[in-house]
Ligand binder design. Structure first.
Ligand SMILES: CC(=O)N[C@H]1[C@@H](OP(=O)(O)OP(=O)(O)OC[C@H]2O[C@@H](n3ccc(=O)[nH]c3=O)[C@H](O)[C@@H]2O)O[C@H](CO)[C@@H](O)[C@@H]1O
Ligand SMILES: C=C(OP(=O)(O)O)C(=O)O
Length: 441
């Protein structure tokens, strides 16, 4: 059973919210702590479900984790790492995709790993073939079992020359976490260079790793026999910041996002400004507001960094339903990330999905029958509707659409949103939203 929100729409969201460390870095930095021979401290850690899932997983393996939710400091001590019982791990991995990143660190520390089937948002097939291919190149033996995979490395992990077919964030992190303590040199070409990947590299460098990032998406790692601990402040969550920015546009509001960082959001900020949104970039954060005039339609495609992030797409589509004219969004990272538009159409939006690549560059999904391009015609008034939250960003998008809509909406399954948005109902309340929460039993 998950919480239910009853939302009475039509009120512009206005006020201040604070974003802390990025969901797409923090759990990975927690996994990196396993590689050290002394405790690590991660700062600016948000109170989100993905952090509690990884905390439980690490604790099952004997890592001592101490959290101070008020300061956001998390101390991880890997001194007593041990093999955990498979059935226990199984019970705790359901919601997250992070367990696959435990492979390298667990093999280095205890010689083996059992990785339960992964959770995460259902926005495509989300295979792990790159991860497994990479691990095999390091010399790991992968055994598929019911409920997960079992991995060992009888002669240890050895550096390798690896080329990714697509700059996958997760597979790049897999290489980083496996290579830093592998024997010899690893050269990874076609790597992801998202800010969260670079922040993970910063964490590993603090631990003693030798990692160079070249100008052509190649990363070179010189393996070292042991690593120490780290103290690191996680980079801010640019996806949460962009989500609140879209919420300000959709509801005709004005939100100051404390902690938002311009440097990691340049592409988003350009699009936000081109739509007609108001921006004020300050040292402590960014103010996003609706200027009162018409919003302008956009043509954009999601891409790997420094392109327009796939995670920004869903909340922004809600804003585009209020733009004056026809917008086109081509999703090139995930083949199935427009399912959430069905509820928006029920709320009054005009959105058509297409199998063709409606973008300047044909993508991997073009000839494969996936509804991965959206044509959005606006502005269309939105009205309240009932919906079940489909995934993290889709759920947030539905909630902001309901907050802008006339009438009452009922949202079920909203706990999914807590996987990546810290205290989001408290933040909504602070911004003046009118809603009731029926908490989960
Ligand atoms: C490049 C990119 O934008 N990555 C996004 C991706 O990271 P995340 O790490 O979750 O996903 P990946 O970057 O690995 O996936 C990118 C693409 O590669 C494919 N793939 C990945 C691994 C694999 O073994 N086989 C395979 O085919 C995926 O299906 C997807 O189509 O989702 C996160 C959460 O939404 C975003 O924050 C990241 O920005
Ligand atoms: C899809 C997302 O996350 P995950 O990869 O954890 O499912 C997301 O952050 O939007």
């Amino acid at each position: 059973m998950s919480s239910v929100l009853t939302i009475r729409g039509g009120i512009p969201l206005s006020g201040r919210v604070r974003v802390r460390g990025a969901k797409n870095l923090v759990p990975k930095a927690m996994v990196a702590a396993l590689l050290g021979n002394e405790p690590s401290t991660l700062r600016n850690v948000p109170d989100i479900k993905d952090v509690s899932v990884v905390t439980s997983l690490l604790q099952l393996h004997g890592v001592s984790v101490e959290a101070d939710p008020a300061t956001g400091d998390l101390t991880l001590d890997p001194q007593y790492v041990r093999t955990a019982a498979v059935k226990d791990i199984d019970a705790h991995a359901g919601d997250s995709r992070i367990p696959i990143l435990l492979c390298g660190p667990l093999i280095h520390t205890i010689g083996e790993a059992f990785i339960p089937d992964l959770g995460g948002c259902r926005i495509g097939d989300r295979p792990i073939d790159y991860h497994l291919a990479v691990l095999r190149q390091f010399g790991a033996v992968v055994d598929k079992r019911p409920g997960g995979i079992s991995i060992s490395a009888p002669t240890g992990l050895k550096g390798a020359k690896i080329s990714l077919p697509y700059p996958s964030v997760g597979a790049t992190e897999q290489v980083l976490l496996a290579a830093t303590r592998a024997e010899g040199i690893t050269e990874l070409s076609g790597a992801a260079i998202e800010p969260e990947v670079i922040d993970l590299i910063a964490v590993l460098q603090k631990m003693g790793a030798l990692i160079s990032v070249m100008s052509d998406r190649t990363i070179r790692i010189e393996g070292v026999p042991e690593l120490g601990g780290y103290t690191h402040r996680a980079l801010p969550d640019r996806n949460e910041a962009a989500s609140w920015a879209s919420a300000a546009l959709v509801t005709g509001g004005d939100i100051f996002v404390e902690g938002a960082s311009q440097r990691d959001m340049v592409t988003f900020l350009n699009v936000f400004r081109k739509i007609g949104g108001g921006l004020s970039i300050e040292d402590e954060g960014i103010r996003f507001y609706h200027k009162g005039g018409k919003l302008l339609p956009q043509v954009l495609e999601t891409d790997v960094h420094p392109g327009f992030m796939t995670d920004w797409q869903q909340p922004l589509v809600v804003a585009l339903t209020q733009a004056d004219g026809v917008s086109i969004v081509h999703e090139t990272v995930y083949e199935n990330r427009f399912g959430f538009t069905e509820a928006l159409v029920r709320m009054g939006a005009t959105i058509q999905l297409h199998r063709e690549c409606l973008g300047s560059v044909p993508c991997r999904f073009g000839q494969r029958n996936f509804l991965h391009s959206a044509v959005i015609s606006g502005p269309t008034p939105l009205h309240g509707a009932d919906f079940n939250v489909p995934d993290l960003r889709g759920g947030f998008s539905h909630v902001i659409a309901a907050l802008a809509a006339d009438g009452v909406s009922r949202a079920t399954g909203v706990d999914v949103i807590r996987r990546g948005y810290e205290h989001f109902t408290d933040k909504l309340e602070g911004l003046g939203a009118d809603f009731d929460v029926e908490e989960a039993q």
